[in-house]
Design a protein around this ligand. Structure first.
Ligand code: ARG
Length: 706
């Protein structure tokens, strides 16, 4: 027996599964067998007693989980940070553990109320005492970690737990003697895995698979070269033994029903202090401000969820609920993150949601110069579709050419300050770019409840897959808006894929163009080829459009069309020479509707009009899209995404595709202006044309009456 190692345990006199506070307990209420639990606990106790002194704390009636002494607190030297349980079910244990620590001469530190931390269940010292690994995400709050660093004078490395089956750090992570680490990597986010790999050399890592993880293989009591654990796979036993450890397996199935095993049932109360280790923690906090219809727009939820999902934590410092229906609410939230990198990620995404990062005092945006043309400094602010402002010399400047995935260039020449969105490749040497997250805000129009409800009725995003009736309603709304845009002399851009032709939509799109509903057409080589193939030969990729069957030799049709256009010189020429006499491209030429066809690797031909230089194609798309009021995206994912990236918020985007995944991807820009419709595009166009005709007839009828 090693005299100087002491371990605290608590006999299972009152142990049972009485409630559910973790996924293991579900379905297990009162399912543990008393005698079996006692027998298993005794076996563990006897095994441990061979290698350490075991202290016992008196079990208390009504506190079934008190057996899990790992959660009593976290001990280092004579100090202990007492646990503050997350669940009320376990909070009753706190005074009993506190008393035991006090009676045994420990100095007890207590965390502020409402700051959960579940002791050695969520905080494990490196066995050489070099630092403390601390978990957060389920039971312990990230904001408790700085207290641990301060009170125990140690370095804290925060690890984000992401699988609720492994809700305590000690369920999936176990530092072993000699610098080894037994752990289940999938239980952590990628940032935490990086941190682990940075601190522990690869040859010391013992990653385990899910089968052993769910048997709580990481929930191991390690005393020097002994490891005591629940039963594990032969393979893992071999692996651990090869590293020089003696594996003692003891069944703990009764405790697994409550979500615990060997390590949870113990608390090491002799943790030696390493002299040259001192307080250090990389957690940082920032205060952000949110304003708007925070509750009923769901913004508050989204912001708080985002912070947690990204691996941060928060404290709402104040919340002012707007009392009238139209009055906005404001909130100040302190965000904490385990590293400055993660903090920047979180804050910039909060800015996208419309939050303003408010340091103690208002500060200007930070600028950094471009030192290599076409390349930006690393932490440049990545723009979104939302109107953005940057604070320069104390005033907020609106960013011009707003688009997604750009950088903000600030120009201070001639006393006039301007800020402009630019794509990376256009950055010029010496230009000044906005970096970091300070002095940036996005302007989100606070919608009224009425507007919101209305958009929701017509929006796909909130409602899952659109049913046929919903499609009709959506089309009615879109037709009305297109009519309105046309009457106002506005602009509708159409991005269309070849499916428009294959599904019989060509005639409908042609009539939309003819009737003045379309102001520019964007697509790839294929839409133009198949459209003209249909005009010339009645087939689309060799399929007879009336009968729906392949025409013999039809697979060559599209090449013949390409050849004809190449002979004529261009699409305009082939129309002007009277070769192509109907269809989408015909209507574009005849009605002076500009179009841009962007090429790709799979293009046959291509047509002389197709831009094979993609940078030129992007520029031309952007030029044509400028000033649009609406973009109709018809069954072409890549061209639509391309177009969407160039479009600021405020432009209504209608995405139609038969594949729900495409629709979600395109419409999920967090913008209320996007509408997604899952349906056959040919059918959509036919409904749209019908609806527009109805509107026209209605107007004519009214005119007659008047
Ligand atoms: N039922 C207990 C709980 O959910 C189990 C605690 C296990 N302890 C541990 N250190 N993992 O809190």
């Amino acid at each position: 027996m090693t005299e100087d190692i002491r371990i605290l345990m608590c006999a299972p006199d009152h142990y049972d599964v009485d409630y559910v506070i973790n996924p293991w307990m579900e379905g297990n209420i009162h399912k543990s067998t008393k005698d079996k639990a006692v027998e298993q606990w005794e076996k563990l106790y006897t095994a441990i007693k061979k290698y350490a002194t075991v202290d016992l704390v008196k079990p208390e009636k009504g506190l079934p989980d008190m057996v899990f002494t790992a959660n009593a607190g976290l001990v280092l030297g004579d100090n202990v940070v007492l646990s503050r349980f997350y669940h009320p079910e376990r909070q009753g244990e706190e005074p009993f553990f506190k008393k035991w620590f006090q009676d045994n001469g420990f100095h007890v530190y207590e965390l502020p109320q409402d700051l959960p931390f579940e002791g050695a269940g969520d905080a494990l010292f490196d066995r050489e005492g070099r630092w403390l690994w601390a978990g957060y995400g389920f039971r312990s709050e990230l904001d408790s970690h700085p207290y641990l660093a301060k009170w125990l004078d140690t370095e804290v490395l925060s690890l984000h737990l992401i699988d609720n089956r492994f809700y305590h750090l000690d369920t999936c992570f176990c530092p072993l003697s000699d610098g080894y680490l037994l752990y289940y990597p999938e239980a952590f986010d990628s940032y935490s895995n990086q941190l682990i790999e940075m601190r522990v050399p690869a040859e010391k890592l013992i990653p385990i698979d899910e089968a052993d993880a769910v048997n709580f293989a990481c929930n191991t009591v390690n005393i020097n070269d002994i490891v005591i654990m629940n039963n594990i796979s032969d393979n893992l036993e071999k692996q651990i033994t090869e590293k020089g450890f003696t594996v003692i397996q003891t069944p703990l199935t009764e405790f697994l029903k409550a979500g615990g095993a060997a390590k949870c049932l113990t608390l090491r109360v002799t943790e030696p202090i390493v002299e040259d280790v001192h307080a250090n923690v990389s957690i940082i906090s920032k205060v952000i401000k949110l304003e708007g219809h925070l509750l009923d727009s769901g913004l508050m939820n989204r912001a708080l969820d985002l912070i947690i999902n990204e691996g941060g934590s928060f404290k709402v410092l104040n919340f002012n609920l707007g009392i009238e229906r139209q009055s906005p609410s404001t909130a100040e939230v302190r965000v904490s993150a385990p590293s400055s990198q993660l903090m920047e990620d979180i804050v910039s995404r909060l800015i996208d949601l419309g939050a303003i990062f408010t340091p103690e005092k208002q500060v200007d945006a930070i600028l950094e110069s471009v030192i290599q043309a076409g390349v930006s400094p690393d932490d440049f602010y990545v723009t979104t579709i939302y109107p953005t402002e940057v604070r320069i010399n104390g005033s907020w400047i609106r960013v011009a050419n707003q688009r997604m995935d750009g950088a903000i260039v600030v120009d201070k020449k001639d006393d006039k300050i301007t800020a402009t969105c630019k794509v990376l490749r256009d950055l010029k040497l010496g230009e000044e770019l906005v970096v970091g997250v300070e002095g940036i805000r996005t302007v989100r129009s606070p919608q009224s409840r009425e507007q919101r409800n209305q958009t929701q009725e017509f929006s796909f995003m909130s409602g899952g897959v659109s049913s046929e009736r919903r499609v009709e309603l959506l089309v009615e709304q879109i037709a009305w808006e297109m009519r309105h845009i046309r009457d106002q002399g506005g602009k509708v851009a159409v991005v269309a894929g070849p499916v428009v032709i294959h599904t019989g939509g060509s005639g409908h799109l042609s009539s939309l163009i003819r009737d003045g509903y379309v102001q520019c057409l964007l697509g790839g080589n294929a839409i133009a080829v198949h459209d003209m193939e249909q005009s010339l030969m009645g087939t689309s990729l060799g399929v007879d459009m009336r009968k729906g069957t392949p025409v013999s030799g039809g697979h060559r049709h599209h090449l013949k069309v390409i050849n004809a256009v190449r002979r004529a010189g261009s699409i305009t020429e082939v129309v002007e020479q009277g070769i192509v006499t109907k269809g989408i491209m015909y209507e574009c030429v005849k009605n002076n509707i500009p179009f841009c066809l962007a090429g790709s690797i799979r293009d046959d031909g291509p047509l002389p009009d197709t831009y094979m230089d993609l940078i030129k194609a992007q520029e031309e798309y952007a030029r044509l899209i400028k000033g649009s009021d609406m973009i109709l995206m018809l069954s072409t994912m890549l061209h639509s995404i391309g177009a969407g990236n160039m479009t600021p918020s405020g432009v209504k985007m209608v995405c139609v595709d038969i594949n729900p995944a495409v629709v979600t991807k395109l419409s999920d820009r967090g913008s209320v202006e996007s509408v997604g419709i899952v349906t056959d595009v040919g059918l959509f166009l036919s409904l749209l044309v019908q609806q527009l005709e109805k509107l026209t007839n209605r107007t004519q009828n009214t005119e007659v009456k008047i």
